[in-house]
Design a protein around this ligand. Structure first.
Ligand code: SDX
Length: 443
């Protein structure tokens, strides 16, 4: 019977090594350290910049099959959750691992609503930002500041403390996000209205003006709730990796979520749908699409909203978002930029460059035109991503905290710097010459 092992021959010594292949088709990188040329040899390492082929953990939260375009939260297909569920129920599923029954859902909903209010000093903290502060920058700073309001969060090994911080963060993110938006508009902050749904309350804190009570448009409320479902988790993406890595130092969850939010701020991650809108606006019309495609194929720029580290087929979330766009446009009016998106997608799915690079629309390709049609400024797009992803970050963080195999993250490196050199007094030093390979050291 075939053995579940890898036999490696080190041609430097002729020695053979048998390495077990673990579940999921991985080998433990630390076994490479056994491969040495002599007793003083440190042994081999694996080298994997950006971890393109490295599993950092075992997780039960999200399953993705990039080849088949499959995405499941705790085994449930994203298409079914988007069709039948709501965000709060999906947050429960992502965090706790099972769908709640009616009683548990009501208790969960109550627990989250208990935490929608924010300490008045945090409000004062947010009011200290410049009038034109980017709401994502405000979110990073304010979530980090929350760690000073909840010192109990340092008890990360205490299950009840982890549960309480999870409820606080899921409950408060919409409030902080809405207040960041109101700040950029110079509008008074709107307090939570717990009579509304999770997403309806968020819309109220964003858009309530002088009316006594904000009434969310049900189509937009449902559309945003589905978008929250689609963004709840996505296995070991850049921001989740930040959450796990920073969390591995046993810092409190607020500091780790601030780090994850900072990672999401980047244009290649949560900032992608803002970059998509800028790209569509720059293209300007359908007739200029071929010229733009040419520049992408020439390697002069990327087609934002296309491509994915894992999906080498159509991102299943993008299909749902594309359908949602038309429902939203029924209420808001059609966003003309969608014509350019459709033309880009049509070419992108046919042109050999995109097909050979296995580039397909990802979740960000259509979300931006929906958010824009709903009246959100582009600076709010990554904020709309951070709100729902908080449940995924907290689920992944709790998994890391409980995982007996996990310890403080501390990767190795391949040193390519200078060999030993002796210090010389300043008067004896020549003008430093920047060798061409020193470019990477220049800031
Ligand atoms: C999200 O990880 C997640 O799960 C993230 C996310 C989540 O829910 O958490 O799904 C959300 O962040 C989606 C991705 C949003 N970002 C963008 O849409 C930005 C544009 N996309 C690219 O930057 C890129 O596709 C990435 C970053 C998404 C993935 O990049 P990879 O897997 O590291 O691929 P790569 O950059 O190594 O590119 C491989 C090749 C390169 O060409 P060659 O040098 O081999 O010739 O494909 C090319 C790239 O130039 N390429 C693109 C391209 N993406 C990759 N060319 C044109 N347009 C693109 N969008």
């Amino acid at each position: 019977m075939a053995k579940n092992t890898l036999t490696v021959t080190d041609n430097r010594t002729g020695k053979q090594y048998e390495i077990p292949i673990e579940e999921g088709g991985a080998i433990r990188a630390v076994r490479l350290r056994d491969i040495k040329t002599g007793p003083d040899d440190f042994g081999l390492m694996s080298y994997d910049p950006a971890f393109t082929n490295t599993a950092s953990c075992r997780s039960k939260v999200t399953y993705i099959d990039g080849e088949k375009g499959i995405l499941r939260y705790r085994g449930y297909p994203i298409e079914e959750l988007a069709e039948h569920s709501n965000y709060l129920e999906v947050a429960y599923l992502v965090v706790k691992g099972e769908l709640p029954n009616e009683q548990h859902f009501r208790a969960w909903e109550e627990n989250i609503k208990t935490h929608t209010m924010v300490h008045e000093n945090l409000k004062a903290f947010m009011q200290g930002f410049r009038y034109d502060a980017h709401p994502m920058g405000m979110l990073v700073g304010t979530i980090g500041a929350m760690s000073t309001f909840y010192p109990d969060a340092k008890e990360i090994m205490n299950l009840e403390s982890r549960r309480l911080q999870t409820r606080r963060l899921i409950g408060k993110l919409p409030t902080l996000a809405a207040w960041a938006y109101r700040h950029t508009r110079g509008l008074p902050y709107v307090y939570p209205d717990n009579e509304l749904s999770y997403t309806g309350n968020f819309l109220s804190m964003l858009f309530k003006m002088t009316e006594l009570r904000y009434k969310p448009n049900p189509t937009l409320e449902r559309a945003l709730d589905i978008l929250f479902i689609l963004h709840a988790d996505h296995e070991q993406n850049c921001s989740t990796n930040a959450m796990r890595s920073v969390g591995s130092s046993q810092v409190d969850a607020y500091s780790a979520v601030a780090a994850a939010t900072a990672a999401l701020y980047g244009p290649l991650h949560g900032g992608a749908n803002e970059a998509v809108i800028r790209m569509l606006a720059e293209i300007g019309s359908v007739k200029r699409v071929p010229e733009f495609i040419k520049s992408v194929k020439a390697g002069e720029r990327k087609m934002m909203g296309f491509g994915h580290r894992v999906y080498k087929s159509y991102d299943p979330r993008a299909k749902i978002v594309k359908r949602l766009a038309y429902e939203v446009f029924e209420v808001t009016g059609r966003n003309p930029l969608i014509d350019i998106s459709l033309e880009l997608e049509k070419i992108g799915l046919e042109d050999d460059y995109f097909v050979s690079h296995r580039l397909y629309p990802n979740v960000d390709f259509y979300t931006g035109i929906i958010y824009q049609a709903m009246g959100f400024p582009m600076t709010m797009f990554p904020v709309l991503f951070a709100i729902p992803r908080t449940s995924g970050w907290m689920a992944q963080w709790a998994e890391m905290v409980r995982d007996p195999e996990q310890k403080i993250a501390r990767p190795r490196q391949i040193y390519i710097g200078e060999n030993i050199r002796q210090w010389t007094p300043i008067e004896k030093r020549p003008a430093p010459t920047m060798r061409e390979d020193a470019v990477s050291d220049q800031i």
